[in-house]
Ligand binder design. Sequence first.
Ligand code: MZP
Length: 500
Amino acid sequence: MRILEEVSRTLNEYLLVPNLTTADCTPAAVDLSAPLVRHRVGDPSAIRIAVPLTSAIMGAVSSPRLAIALAQCGGLSFIHQNQPIESQAAMVAAVKRHKAGFRFSDTNIKPSATLGELTTLLDAAERDFAVVTDDGSAHGTFLGLISTRDFHPQRHGTGDSVESRMRRAAGLVTAPPTVSLSEANTLIWDHRLDVLPVVAGDGRLESIVLRRDYELHKRFHNESIDAEKRFRVGAGVNTRDYSQRIPALVEAGADLLCLDSSDGYSVWQHDTLRYVRETYGDRVRVGAGNVVDGRAFRYLADAGADFVKVGIGGGSICITRDQKGIGRGQASALIDVVAERDAYAQRTGEYVPVCCDGGLLSDYHMAIAFALGADFVMLGRYFARFDESPSPLVRVGGQLFKEYWGEGSNRARNVSRYEHGDSQQLVFEEGVDGYVPYAGSLYDNVATTIAKLKATMISCGSTALRAFHDNAVLVPVSHQSYLQNTAEVRLRDRPSDPGQ
Ligand code: MZP
Protein backbone atom coordinates (compact mmCIF):
# COMPACT_ATOMS: atom_id res chain seq x y z
CA MET A 1 0.00 0.00 0.00
CA ARG A 2 1.08 3.55 -0.70
CA ILE A 3 -0.70 6.70 0.44
CA LEU A 4 0.00 9.86 -1.53
CA GLU A 5 0.86 12.75 0.74
CA GLU A 6 -1.07 15.46 -1.03
CA VAL A 7 -4.79 16.00 -0.65
CA SER A 8 -6.91 15.40 -3.77
CA ARG A 9 -7.93 18.86 -5.06
CA THR A 10 -10.57 19.98 -7.55
CA LEU A 11 -10.45 22.90 -10.00
CA ASN A 12 -12.79 24.77 -7.64
CA GLU A 13 -10.02 24.97 -5.09
CA TYR A 14 -7.77 27.39 -6.97
CA LEU A 15 -7.88 31.03 -7.99
CA LEU A 16 -5.52 32.94 -10.27
CA VAL A 17 -3.48 35.88 -9.02
CA PRO A 18 -3.12 38.57 -11.75
CA ASN A 19 0.26 39.28 -13.34
CA LEU A 20 1.25 42.60 -14.90
CA THR A 21 -0.91 43.35 -17.95
CA THR A 22 1.18 45.02 -20.64
CA ALA A 23 -0.02 47.15 -23.58
CA ASP A 24 0.26 44.24 -26.03
CA CYS A 25 -2.24 42.16 -24.00
CA THR A 26 -5.42 42.81 -25.96
CA PRO A 27 -8.26 40.40 -26.82
CA ALA A 28 -7.30 40.54 -30.52
CA ALA A 29 -3.74 39.51 -29.66
CA VAL A 30 -4.75 36.47 -27.60
CA ASP A 31 -4.08 33.20 -29.42
CA LEU A 32 -6.16 30.31 -28.05
CA SER A 33 -4.93 27.76 -30.58
CA ALA A 34 -3.75 24.43 -29.21
CA PRO A 35 -1.95 21.28 -30.37
CA LEU A 36 -4.11 18.15 -30.46
CA VAL A 37 -1.57 15.47 -31.35
CA ARG A 38 1.94 14.35 -30.47
CA HIS A 39 4.79 16.18 -32.21
CA ARG A 40 8.53 16.73 -31.93
CA VAL A 41 9.37 19.53 -29.49
CA GLY A 42 9.84 22.70 -31.53
CA ASP A 43 7.81 21.42 -34.50
CA PRO A 44 4.14 22.29 -35.01
CA SER A 45 1.52 19.66 -34.19
CA ALA A 46 -0.02 18.08 -37.32
CA ILE A 47 -3.51 18.82 -35.95
CA ARG A 48 -4.21 22.07 -34.13
CA ILE A 49 -7.49 23.68 -33.15
CA ALA A 50 -8.12 27.43 -33.09
CA VAL A 51 -10.14 27.21 -29.87
CA PRO A 52 -9.12 24.61 -27.24
CA LEU A 53 -12.59 23.16 -26.64
CA THR A 54 -13.66 19.62 -27.57
CA SER A 55 -17.02 17.97 -26.98
CA ALA A 56 -17.37 14.78 -24.95
CA ILE A 57 -17.62 11.32 -26.52
CA MET A 58 -21.23 11.00 -25.39
CA GLY A 59 -24.57 10.20 -27.00
CA ALA A 60 -26.21 13.22 -25.33
CA VAL A 61 -23.51 15.58 -26.59
CA SER A 62 -21.63 14.91 -29.83
CA SER A 63 -23.93 14.64 -32.85
CA PRO A 64 -23.07 15.76 -36.41
CA ARG A 65 -24.98 19.01 -35.87
CA LEU A 66 -23.00 19.88 -32.77
CA ALA A 67 -19.75 18.78 -34.42
CA ILE A 68 -20.32 21.17 -37.33
CA ALA A 69 -21.25 24.07 -35.06
CA LEU A 70 -18.22 23.51 -32.82
CA ALA A 71 -15.87 23.17 -35.80
CA GLN A 72 -17.23 26.46 -37.13
CA CYS A 73 -16.21 28.03 -33.83
CA GLY A 74 -12.73 26.53 -34.01
CA GLY A 75 -13.12 23.50 -31.70
CA LEU A 76 -13.60 19.77 -32.35
CA SER A 77 -16.19 17.11 -31.50
CA PHE A 78 -15.72 13.41 -30.92
CA ILE A 79 -18.69 11.42 -32.26
CA HIS A 80 -19.70 8.87 -29.62
CA GLN A 81 -18.98 5.15 -29.99
CA ASN A 82 -21.87 3.71 -27.98
CA GLN A 83 -23.58 2.78 -31.25
CA PRO A 84 -23.06 0.36 -34.13
CA ILE A 85 -19.99 0.95 -36.29
CA GLU A 86 -22.10 1.83 -39.37
CA SER A 87 -24.12 4.54 -37.65
CA GLN A 88 -21.03 6.11 -36.06
CA ALA A 89 -19.25 6.08 -39.44
CA ALA A 90 -22.36 7.64 -41.03
CA MET A 91 -22.29 10.47 -38.47
CA VAL A 92 -18.61 11.13 -39.19
CA ALA A 93 -19.31 11.10 -42.94
CA ALA A 94 -22.20 13.57 -42.45
CA VAL A 95 -19.82 16.07 -40.84
CA LYS A 96 -17.22 15.56 -43.55
CA ARG A 97 -19.77 16.04 -46.34
CA HIS A 98 -20.77 19.41 -44.96
CA LYS A 99 -19.20 22.35 -46.77
CA ALA A 100 -17.25 24.65 -44.52
CA GLY A 101 -18.03 27.79 -46.48
CA PHE A 102 -15.65 29.31 -49.01
CA ARG A 103 -17.88 28.03 -51.76
CA PHE A 104 -21.01 28.93 -53.71
CA SER A 105 -24.08 27.13 -52.48
CA ASP A 106 -26.57 25.84 -55.01
CA THR A 107 -29.29 26.05 -52.39
CA ASN A 108 -31.30 29.06 -53.47
CA ILE A 109 -34.25 30.40 -51.59
CA LYS A 110 -36.77 33.22 -52.06
CA PRO A 111 -36.85 36.18 -49.68
CA SER A 112 -40.43 35.31 -48.76
CA ALA A 113 -39.43 31.90 -47.37
CA THR A 114 -39.77 31.42 -43.63
CA LEU A 115 -36.97 30.39 -41.34
CA GLY A 116 -38.71 27.05 -40.78
CA GLU A 117 -38.63 26.35 -44.52
CA LEU A 118 -35.02 27.44 -44.69
CA THR A 119 -33.99 25.06 -41.92
CA THR A 120 -35.64 22.11 -43.64
CA LEU A 121 -34.00 23.01 -46.91
CA LEU A 122 -30.54 23.48 -45.49
CA ASP A 123 -30.75 20.31 -43.40
CA ALA A 124 -31.81 18.30 -46.44
CA ALA A 125 -29.05 19.79 -48.58
CA GLU A 126 -26.45 19.49 -45.78
CA ARG A 127 -25.57 23.11 -46.29
CA ASP A 128 -24.49 25.75 -43.94
CA PHE A 129 -25.92 28.70 -45.76
CA ALA A 130 -28.36 29.57 -48.53
CA VAL A 131 -28.17 32.07 -51.33
CA VAL A 132 -31.19 34.33 -51.52
CA THR A 133 -32.28 35.41 -55.01
CA ASP A 134 -35.34 37.44 -55.97
CA ASP A 135 -37.07 34.55 -57.76
CA GLY A 136 -35.51 31.66 -55.86
CA SER A 137 -33.57 30.37 -58.88
CA ALA A 138 -29.84 30.20 -59.48
CA HIS A 139 -30.26 32.76 -62.28
CA GLY A 140 -32.29 35.26 -60.28
CA THR A 141 -30.89 38.51 -58.96
CA PHE A 142 -28.60 37.82 -56.03
CA LEU A 143 -29.88 39.48 -52.86
CA GLY A 144 -27.63 38.04 -50.20
CA LEU A 145 -26.97 35.05 -48.02
CA ILE A 146 -28.35 33.62 -44.87
CA SER A 147 -26.47 31.12 -42.79
CA THR A 148 -27.90 28.59 -40.31
CA ARG A 149 -25.79 29.99 -37.55
CA ASP A 150 -27.46 33.39 -37.88
CA PHE A 151 -30.77 32.28 -36.51
CA HIS A 152 -32.13 30.03 -33.85
CA PRO A 153 -35.77 29.09 -34.37
CA GLN A 154 -36.30 28.59 -30.65
CA ARG A 155 -35.23 32.13 -30.00
CA HIS A 156 -36.55 34.01 -32.99
CA GLY A 157 -39.63 31.94 -33.88
CA THR A 158 -39.90 30.26 -37.23
CA GLY A 159 -42.27 32.81 -38.79
CA ASP A 160 -39.59 35.47 -39.32
CA SER A 161 -38.95 35.94 -43.05
CA VAL A 162 -35.55 35.16 -44.49
CA GLU A 163 -35.29 38.63 -45.93
CA SER A 164 -35.78 40.42 -42.64
CA ARG A 165 -33.37 38.11 -40.86
CA MET A 166 -30.88 38.25 -43.70
CA ARG A 167 -30.79 42.01 -43.65
CA ARG A 168 -29.88 41.89 -40.00
CA ALA A 169 -27.39 39.01 -40.19
CA ALA A 170 -25.69 39.01 -43.56
CA GLY A 171 -25.77 42.50 -44.98
CA LEU A 172 -25.37 43.02 -48.70
CA VAL A 173 -21.74 44.02 -49.01
CA THR A 174 -19.89 42.09 -51.72
CA ALA A 175 -16.24 41.60 -52.61
CA PRO A 176 -14.42 40.78 -55.89
CA PRO A 177 -13.04 37.22 -56.33
CA THR A 178 -9.47 38.42 -56.03
CA VAL A 179 -9.99 39.42 -52.41
CA SER A 180 -7.43 37.96 -49.99
CA LEU A 181 -8.46 36.57 -46.63
CA SER A 182 -7.10 39.55 -44.76
CA GLU A 183 -8.92 41.99 -47.06
CA ALA A 184 -12.08 39.95 -46.57
CA ASN A 185 -11.58 40.18 -42.85
CA THR A 186 -11.29 43.96 -42.97
CA LEU A 187 -14.56 44.15 -44.90
CA ILE A 188 -16.26 41.75 -42.51
CA TRP A 189 -15.24 43.72 -39.45
CA ASP A 190 -15.78 47.16 -40.96
CA HIS A 191 -19.32 46.28 -42.01
CA ARG A 192 -20.06 44.06 -39.01
CA LEU A 193 -21.00 41.14 -41.23
CA ASP A 194 -21.30 37.46 -40.49
CA VAL A 195 -21.01 36.47 -44.14
CA LEU A 196 -19.28 38.14 -47.07
CA PRO A 197 -20.45 37.23 -50.58
CA VAL A 198 -17.69 37.23 -53.20
CA VAL A 199 -19.09 38.27 -56.60
CA ALA A 200 -17.52 38.16 -60.10
CA GLY A 201 -17.61 41.16 -62.48
CA ASP A 202 -20.78 39.88 -64.17
CA GLY A 203 -22.62 39.63 -60.86
CA ARG A 204 -22.26 35.87 -60.49
CA LEU A 205 -21.68 34.70 -56.95
CA GLU A 206 -18.30 32.97 -56.77
CA SER A 207 -17.92 32.12 -53.13
CA ILE A 208 -18.44 33.44 -49.66
CA VAL A 209 -16.33 34.01 -46.60
CA LEU A 210 -17.85 33.49 -43.18
CA ARG A 211 -16.51 35.45 -40.27
CA ARG A 212 -16.15 32.36 -38.14
CA ASP A 213 -14.43 30.43 -40.91
CA TYR A 214 -12.02 33.24 -41.32
CA GLU A 215 -11.24 33.24 -37.62
CA LEU A 216 -10.85 29.48 -37.75
CA HIS A 217 -8.52 29.37 -40.68
CA LYS A 218 -6.53 32.55 -40.47
CA ARG A 219 -3.93 31.20 -38.10
CA PHE A 220 -3.16 28.26 -40.30
CA HIS A 221 -3.71 29.50 -43.83
CA ASN A 222 -2.57 32.59 -45.61
CA GLU A 223 -4.36 31.80 -48.80
CA SER A 224 -6.79 33.63 -51.03
CA ILE A 225 -10.36 32.31 -51.40
CA ASP A 226 -9.70 29.22 -54.02
CA ALA A 227 -10.27 26.03 -51.91
CA GLU A 228 -13.18 23.98 -50.47
CA LYS A 229 -12.83 23.39 -46.77
CA ARG A 230 -14.22 20.47 -44.81
CA PHE A 231 -14.84 20.49 -41.10
CA ARG A 232 -12.64 18.39 -38.86
CA VAL A 233 -14.25 15.76 -36.67
CA GLY A 234 -13.04 13.16 -34.19
CA ALA A 235 -14.56 9.85 -33.11
CA GLY A 236 -14.48 7.64 -30.02
CA VAL A 237 -13.27 4.03 -30.25
CA ASN A 238 -13.09 1.17 -27.77
CA THR A 239 -10.70 -1.67 -26.98
CA ARG A 240 -13.12 -4.42 -28.09
CA ASP A 241 -14.13 -3.96 -31.72
CA TYR A 242 -11.27 -1.65 -32.71
CA SER A 243 -10.06 -3.75 -35.62
CA GLN A 244 -13.45 -3.26 -37.35
CA ARG A 245 -14.46 0.16 -36.01
CA ILE A 246 -11.21 2.00 -36.72
CA PRO A 247 -11.01 1.10 -40.45
CA ALA A 248 -14.68 2.15 -40.88
CA LEU A 249 -14.11 5.51 -39.17
CA VAL A 250 -10.94 6.15 -41.14
CA GLU A 251 -12.81 5.35 -44.34
CA ALA A 252 -15.59 7.78 -43.30
CA GLY A 253 -12.99 10.54 -42.94
CA ALA A 254 -12.47 10.87 -39.16
CA ASP A 255 -9.56 13.25 -38.55
CA LEU A 256 -8.75 12.01 -35.08
CA LEU A 257 -9.72 9.07 -32.86
CA CYS A 258 -9.84 8.69 -29.11
CA LEU A 259 -10.02 5.62 -26.92
CA ASP A 260 -13.06 6.08 -24.74
CA SER A 261 -12.82 4.60 -21.27
CA SER A 262 -13.20 5.80 -17.69
CA ASP A 263 -9.93 4.01 -16.81
CA GLY A 264 -7.34 3.99 -19.59
CA TYR A 265 -4.39 2.57 -17.62
CA SER A 266 -4.82 -0.88 -19.11
CA VAL A 267 -3.08 -3.36 -21.34
CA TRP A 268 -6.16 -3.21 -23.61
CA GLN A 269 -5.46 0.40 -24.48
CA HIS A 270 -1.80 -0.45 -25.02
CA ASP A 271 -2.77 -3.18 -27.49
CA THR A 272 -5.19 -0.93 -29.37
CA LEU A 273 -2.58 1.83 -29.69
CA ARG A 274 -0.07 -0.72 -30.98
CA TYR A 275 -2.63 -1.95 -33.54
CA VAL A 276 -3.08 1.61 -34.84
CA ARG A 277 0.65 2.24 -35.13
CA GLU A 278 1.35 -1.09 -36.81
CA THR A 279 -1.57 -0.77 -39.22
CA TYR A 280 -1.45 2.91 -40.07
CA GLY A 281 1.88 4.32 -38.88
CA ASP A 282 1.34 8.05 -38.30
CA ARG A 283 -1.52 8.34 -40.80
CA VAL A 284 -4.14 7.73 -38.12
CA ARG A 285 -3.95 9.72 -34.91
CA VAL A 286 -5.44 8.38 -31.69
CA GLY A 287 -5.67 9.69 -28.13
CA ALA A 288 -6.02 7.54 -25.02
CA GLY A 289 -7.27 7.72 -21.43
CA ASN A 290 -8.60 8.52 -18.99
CA VAL A 291 -5.80 8.68 -16.45
CA VAL A 292 -5.12 10.56 -13.21
CA ASP A 293 -1.39 10.24 -12.65
CA GLY A 294 2.01 10.47 -14.30
CA ARG A 295 2.61 6.70 -14.35
CA ALA A 296 -0.46 6.09 -16.48
CA PHE A 297 0.40 9.01 -18.77
CA ARG A 298 3.88 7.56 -19.36
CA TYR A 299 2.46 4.09 -20.07
CA LEU A 300 0.07 5.40 -22.74
CA ALA A 301 2.60 7.84 -24.21
CA ASP A 302 5.13 4.99 -24.53
CA ALA A 303 2.46 2.89 -26.23
CA GLY A 304 2.07 5.63 -28.88
CA ALA A 305 -0.91 7.71 -27.70
CA ASP A 306 -1.22 10.97 -29.66
CA PHE A 307 -2.76 12.74 -26.67
CA VAL A 308 -3.79 11.66 -23.19
CA LYS A 309 -7.07 12.51 -21.50
CA VAL A 310 -7.13 13.26 -17.74
CA GLY A 311 -10.04 12.77 -15.36
CA ILE A 312 -11.73 9.97 -13.45
CA GLY A 313 -14.86 10.54 -11.43
CA GLY A 314 -15.11 14.32 -11.92
CA GLY A 315 -17.75 14.35 -14.68
CA SER A 316 -20.99 16.10 -13.74
CA ILE A 317 -22.99 12.90 -14.42
CA CYS A 318 -20.36 10.57 -12.96
CA ILE A 319 -20.85 8.44 -9.84
CA THR A 320 -17.72 6.29 -10.30
CA ARG A 321 -16.23 7.62 -7.06
CA ASP A 322 -19.39 6.71 -5.13
CA GLN A 323 -19.73 3.32 -6.73
CA LYS A 324 -16.11 2.14 -6.90
CA GLY A 325 -14.07 4.55 -4.76
CA ILE A 326 -11.86 5.32 -7.75
CA GLY A 327 -10.77 8.77 -8.91
CA ARG A 328 -8.78 11.84 -8.07
CA GLY A 329 -9.57 15.56 -7.80
CA GLN A 330 -9.22 17.01 -11.29
CA ALA A 331 -6.67 19.67 -10.32
CA SER A 332 -4.39 17.17 -8.54
CA ALA A 333 -4.64 14.74 -11.45
CA LEU A 334 -3.84 17.46 -13.97
CA ILE A 335 -0.86 18.82 -12.02
CA ASP A 336 0.66 15.31 -11.80
CA VAL A 337 0.08 14.44 -15.48
CA VAL A 338 1.26 17.83 -16.78
CA ALA A 339 4.52 17.47 -14.83
CA GLU A 340 5.04 14.06 -16.45
CA ARG A 341 4.12 15.41 -19.92
CA ASP A 342 6.83 18.06 -19.61
CA ALA A 343 9.40 15.59 -18.21
CA TYR A 344 8.53 13.17 -21.03
CA ALA A 345 9.02 15.93 -23.62
CA GLN A 346 12.44 16.73 -22.18
CA ARG A 347 13.47 13.10 -22.04
CA THR A 348 12.20 11.94 -25.42
CA GLY A 349 11.84 15.13 -27.49
CA GLU A 350 8.16 14.21 -28.05
CA TYR A 351 5.36 16.48 -26.83
CA VAL A 352 2.14 14.58 -26.06
CA PRO A 353 -0.77 17.00 -25.46
CA VAL A 354 -2.95 16.62 -22.37
CA CYS A 355 -6.73 17.01 -22.37
CA CYS A 356 -8.59 17.94 -19.18
CA ASP A 357 -11.88 15.99 -19.31
CA GLY A 358 -14.91 16.34 -17.07
CA GLY A 359 -16.00 18.45 -14.14
CA LEU A 360 -15.50 21.79 -15.89
CA LEU A 361 -18.70 23.30 -14.59
CA SER A 362 -18.02 26.97 -15.24
CA ASP A 363 -15.94 29.00 -17.63
CA TYR A 364 -13.46 29.84 -14.92
CA HIS A 365 -12.76 26.14 -14.36
CA MET A 366 -11.50 26.06 -17.94
CA ALA A 367 -9.17 28.97 -17.21
CA ILE A 368 -7.83 27.16 -14.14
CA ALA A 369 -7.32 23.98 -16.22
CA PHE A 370 -5.29 25.90 -18.84
CA ALA A 371 -3.30 27.65 -16.12
CA LEU A 372 -2.48 24.23 -14.65
CA GLY A 373 -1.20 23.14 -18.07
CA ALA A 374 -4.03 21.44 -19.99
CA ASP A 375 -3.52 21.79 -23.75
CA PHE A 376 -7.24 21.50 -24.41
CA VAL A 377 -10.41 20.61 -22.52
CA MET A 378 -13.27 18.16 -23.12
CA LEU A 379 -16.79 19.17 -22.07
CA GLY A 380 -20.03 17.24 -21.73
CA ARG A 381 -22.47 19.20 -19.57
CA TYR A 382 -21.36 22.48 -21.14
CA PHE A 383 -22.36 21.42 -24.68
CA ALA A 384 -25.39 19.30 -23.68
CA ARG A 385 -27.19 22.55 -22.74
CA PHE A 386 -27.20 24.01 -26.25
CA ASP A 387 -29.63 23.93 -29.19
CA GLU A 388 -27.13 21.92 -31.22
CA SER A 389 -26.86 18.96 -28.83
CA PRO A 390 -28.91 15.90 -29.85
CA SER A 391 -30.81 15.45 -26.58
CA PRO A 392 -34.49 16.41 -26.17
CA LEU A 393 -35.51 19.86 -24.93
CA VAL A 394 -38.05 19.51 -22.13
CA ARG A 395 -40.11 21.91 -20.01
CA VAL A 396 -40.07 21.18 -16.28
CA GLY A 397 -41.99 23.49 -13.92
CA GLY A 398 -42.07 26.30 -16.48
CA GLN A 399 -38.32 26.13 -17.19
CA LEU A 400 -36.52 24.67 -20.18
CA PHE A 401 -33.99 21.88 -19.74
CA LYS A 402 -32.06 19.51 -22.00
CA GLU A 403 -31.78 15.88 -21.05
CA TYR A 404 -28.24 14.76 -20.22
CA TRP A 405 -27.10 11.26 -19.26
CA GLY A 406 -23.76 9.56 -18.60
CA GLU A 407 -22.33 6.85 -20.82
CA GLY A 408 -22.25 4.60 -17.75
CA SER A 409 -25.95 5.14 -16.99
CA ASN A 410 -28.70 2.58 -17.52
CA ARG A 411 -30.09 4.85 -20.22
CA ALA A 412 -26.92 4.68 -22.33
CA ARG A 413 -26.62 0.96 -21.71
CA ASN A 414 -30.27 0.37 -22.65
CA VAL A 415 -29.77 2.19 -25.95
CA SER A 416 -26.89 -0.19 -26.60
CA ARG A 417 -28.78 -3.29 -25.59
CA TYR A 418 -32.20 -2.69 -27.08
CA GLU A 419 -31.38 -0.64 -30.13
CA HIS A 420 -28.10 -2.25 -31.14
CA GLY A 421 -28.47 -5.78 -29.83
CA ASP A 422 -25.59 -5.51 -27.34
CA SER A 423 -25.96 -8.49 -25.01
CA GLN A 424 -23.84 -7.15 -22.11
CA GLN A 425 -25.84 -6.56 -18.91
CA LEU A 426 -25.11 -3.50 -16.78
CA VAL A 427 -24.46 -4.83 -13.28
CA PHE A 428 -24.27 -1.39 -11.65
CA GLU A 429 -24.48 2.18 -12.91
CA GLU A 430 -21.54 4.62 -13.01
CA GLY A 431 -23.48 7.53 -14.48
CA VAL A 432 -26.74 9.34 -13.89
CA ASP A 433 -29.61 10.34 -16.17
CA GLY A 434 -30.73 13.92 -15.55
CA TYR A 435 -31.37 17.41 -16.87
CA VAL A 436 -29.25 20.49 -17.49
CA PRO A 437 -30.68 24.01 -17.84
CA TYR A 438 -31.19 24.93 -21.49
CA ALA A 439 -28.72 27.66 -22.45
CA GLY A 440 -29.49 28.56 -26.11
CA SER A 441 -27.09 28.59 -29.00
CA LEU A 442 -23.61 27.05 -29.02
CA TYR A 443 -22.34 29.98 -31.10
CA ASP A 444 -23.38 32.58 -28.51
CA ASN A 445 -22.15 30.58 -25.53
CA VAL A 446 -18.78 29.65 -27.05
CA ALA A 447 -18.24 33.30 -28.00
CA THR A 448 -18.87 34.31 -24.37
CA THR A 449 -16.56 31.59 -23.05
CA ILE A 450 -13.80 32.67 -25.42
CA ALA A 451 -14.23 36.30 -24.34
CA LYS A 452 -13.92 35.28 -20.68
CA LEU A 453 -10.85 33.11 -21.30
CA LYS A 454 -9.17 35.95 -23.16
CA ALA A 455 -10.03 38.41 -20.36
CA THR A 456 -8.52 36.04 -17.77
CA MET A 457 -5.35 35.56 -19.81
CA ILE A 458 -5.00 39.32 -20.24
CA SER A 459 -5.30 39.83 -16.49
CA CYS A 460 -2.54 37.25 -16.11
CA GLY A 461 -0.37 39.06 -18.68
CA SER A 462 -0.42 36.31 -21.35
CA THR A 463 -1.48 36.13 -24.99
CA ALA A 464 -0.88 32.40 -25.63
CA LEU A 465 -1.91 29.29 -23.71
CA ARG A 466 1.61 27.97 -23.12
CA ALA A 467 2.77 31.33 -21.73
CA PHE A 468 -0.39 31.47 -19.61
CA HIS A 469 0.56 28.11 -18.03
CA ASP A 470 4.25 29.01 -17.64
CA ASN A 471 3.54 32.33 -15.92
CA ALA A 472 0.37 31.50 -13.99
CA VAL A 473 0.33 32.20 -10.26
CA LEU A 474 -2.37 30.16 -8.53
CA VAL A 475 -3.50 30.10 -4.96
CA PRO A 476 -5.47 27.35 -3.20
CA VAL A 477 -8.65 28.74 -1.65
CA SER A 478 -9.81 28.04 1.88
CA HIS A 479 -13.30 26.69 2.44
CA GLN A 480 -14.37 30.11 3.72
CA SER A 481 -13.07 31.97 0.68
CA TYR A 482 -14.70 29.38 -1.56
CA LEU A 483 -18.03 30.02 0.14
CA GLN A 484 -17.53 33.75 -0.31
CA ASN A 485 -17.23 33.17 -4.07
CA THR A 486 -20.55 31.43 -4.35
CA ALA A 487 -23.55 33.37 -5.55
CA GLU A 488 -25.61 31.90 -2.73
CA VAL A 489 -23.67 33.75 -0.05
CA ARG A 490 -23.53 36.99 -2.01
CA LEU A 491 -27.26 36.90 -2.64
CA ARG A 492 -27.99 36.30 1.02
CA ASP A 493 -26.48 39.70 1.83
CA ARG A 494 -28.68 41.58 -0.61
CA PRO A 495 -31.93 43.23 0.48
CA SER A 496 -34.78 40.87 -0.33
CA ASP A 497 -36.82 41.47 -3.46
CA PRO A 498 -39.78 43.68 -2.41
CA GLY A 499 -41.97 41.82 -4.90
CA GLN A 500 -41.55 38.49 -3.05
P1 MZP B 1 -18.89 16.90 -17.72
O1 MZP B 1 -18.34 17.84 -18.74
O2 MZP B 1 -20.36 16.64 -17.93
O3 MZP B 1 -18.59 17.30 -16.31
O4 MZP B 1 -18.12 15.51 -17.93
C1 MZP B 1 -18.07 14.86 -19.16
C2 MZP B 1 -17.14 13.67 -19.05
O5 MZP B 1 -17.64 12.72 -18.07
C3 MZP B 1 -17.00 12.85 -20.31
O6 MZP B 1 -16.12 13.40 -21.24
C4 MZP B 1 -16.51 11.50 -19.78
O7 MZP B 1 -15.12 11.49 -19.56
C5 MZP B 1 -17.18 11.43 -18.41
N1 MZP B 1 -18.36 10.53 -18.41
C6 MZP B 1 -19.24 10.26 -19.39
N2 MZP B 1 -20.18 9.39 -18.93
C7 MZP B 1 -19.85 9.12 -17.65
C8 MZP B 1 -20.58 8.23 -16.74
O8 MZP B 1 -21.63 7.73 -17.08
C9 MZP B 1 -18.70 9.85 -17.34
N3 MZP B 1 -20.05 8.03 -15.56
O9 MZP B 1 -18.09 9.88 -16.24
